[in-house]
Design a protein around this ligand. Structure first.
Ligand SMILES: Cc1cc2nc3c(=O)[nH]c(=O)nc-3n(C[C@H](O)[C@H](O)[C@H](O)COP(=O)(O)OP(=O)(O)OC[C@H]3O[C@@H](n4cnc5c(N)ncnc54)[C@H](O)[C@@H]3O)c2cc1C
Length: 401
């Protein structure tokens, strides 16, 4: 494992830093619109976020490790990480096409046909086409292989019927990658296929769901005789389960969650500096400053775990089961940070945006509820613990399926 950045990497970081400073105005606009977006200007916010990702791509800072012929830079994963770190350091909004960039893109690079890579990868990079992930179903979450959405072959198409649920960003997505049961008679992991579906296809409807924080983050998707061309099958017919594993490994790996945590913690230090406690400020309280320091130490620990996963990837090893350690720990840290925030706010913690007494427009209240979802989305914490037990620690399975 090598945790050092080379002089060339540091030069690259300095160039990027200068570029970001030059574009700071644009950044603030995008961040402001993303944060303040109400229903009325949500489309403006989305367009702005698409434009921001495109600007970054044009400057050569999106898809660094992707092949040049698909719009990437053929650069190293290390440079990709430097970009992620620097974007987080200047508090940019997250890239809007994260699902395409971090989950589907690497899956298509590994398992897609040449035609699929040429068709889809460039538009993921430019945010021309936004993606969502249609895996979970009402009776198939942790036990994803129990999915029942059916796909039958009819001529050159699959005809899909069924329901997906908890699909993040579905109302704004242009495309969806989904798992379907293509052979109902095969053992459950052997009868699944991996398809790419245009969200405008007739028969596909999206119903948004409100989450505990009051926002609309995910949706239900209903498929009624939705026709998906056979050319949009990724990998082999009935071979979707192996491909889904690649997708899930990429979903659970990555340093971006660490950087989001660092941003959260920096923000929390500011909150603690602004809130009065006794005769001083919350940040001067010994117990609070000790908790802040402990969280900082653990976030740094997580960052180094991320570097370790990265080091494996650079050496050609896939993210693998150790990504589960980072996913589990990151979810716990996020919940502890937001819990401490509510503790610092004290009796004002439950006050919402509508009240004149609200602290920071209710940011921590919403963040607290949002953090709860992090130990569910992308695989629950219990499932990560099972993976760690079996595939990292080599313990025997506790439950047979
Ligand atoms: C914020 C958020 C975003 C999401 N975005 C998407 C998305 O974009 N696309 C998508 O397809 N899905 C998405 N999901 C769905 C998510 O992947 C599922 O909710 C998750 O996999 C859990 O499935 P479930 O809800 O059916 O719970 P279940 O699988 O029914 O689990 C219920 C409880 O039982 C526990 N449990 C289940 N099996 C075991 C076991 N073997 N051992 C120990 N405990 C077990 C679980 O940990 C959990 O506590 C999202 C979820 C959230 C919260």
């Amino acid at each position: 494992m090598d945790l050092h950045f080379s002089p060339e990497d540091e030069e690259f970081r300095a160039r990027l830093h200068a570029w970001l400073e030059e574009h700071a105005g644009r950044l603030e606009d995008a961040a402001g619109v993303m944060k303040g977006a109400g229903a009325a200007n949500i489309m403006d916010a989305i367009q702005m976020a698409r434009d921001w990702q495109r600007t970054l791509w044009e400057a050569g800072y999106v898809g660094l490790s992707w092949p040049e012929k698909y719009g990437g830079q053929d650069a190293s994963l290390t440079e990709q990480v430097i970009v992620t770190e620097e974007l987080a350091a200047v508090s940019t909004p997250p890239l809007i096409n994260t699902i395409g960039l971090t989950i589907l893109g690497p899956t298509l690079i590994r398992h897609g046909t040449e035609q699929q890579r040429e068709r889809f990868l460039p538009k993921i990079l430019t945010a021309e086409e936004l993606w969502c992930q249609g895996f979970s179903e009402p009776e198939a979450g942790s036990d994803l292989a129990a999915l029942t959405t059916r796909a039958e072959i009819d001529g050159d198409d699959f005809v899909v019927n069924g329901q997906k649920v908890w699909t993040s960003l579905a109302p704004i997505a242009d495309w969806c990658f989904l798992l379907v049961r293509s052979d109902p008679d095969a053992p459950k992991r052997e009868g699944i296929s991996y398809l790419l579906c245009d969200m405008k296809t007739p028969g596909l409807t999206v119903t948004p769901l409100r989450n505990a924080a009051g926002g609309i983050h995910f949706s239900e998707m209903f498929f009624r005789d939705v026709r998906i061309p056979r050319a949009n099958l990724v990998g082999d017919l009935h071979g979707g389960w192996q491909i889904a594993r690649t997708t899930l490994e990429h979903e659970r790996s990555g340093l971006s969650s660490v950087l989001a945590l660092e941003q959260n913690l920096a923000r929390l230090r500011r909150t603690a500096s602004n809130i009065a406690l006794g005769d001083g400020r919350a940040i001067d309280d010994q117990a609070i400053s000790r908790e802040l320091a402990q969280l900082w130490i653990e976030v740094e620990g997580l960052r180094h775990l991320g570097y370790r996963t990265l080091s494996d990837q650079i050496a050609g090893r896939p993210p693998g089961a150790t990504a589960s350690v980072g996913k589990l720990f990151a979810a716990q840290l996020r919940q502890r940070i937001t819990h401490l925030a509510l503790k610092i706010e004290g009796p004002l913690a439950p006050v919402t945006k509508k009240s004149p007494h609200v602290v920071e427009r209710g940011r921590w209240n919403a963040a607290y509820f949002d953090a709860l979802g992090h130990s569910i989305g992308g695989g629950t914490s219990e499932i990560q613990r099972n993976t760690i037990a079996e595939r990292v620690l080599g313990l025997p399975r506790s439950v047979q399926d």
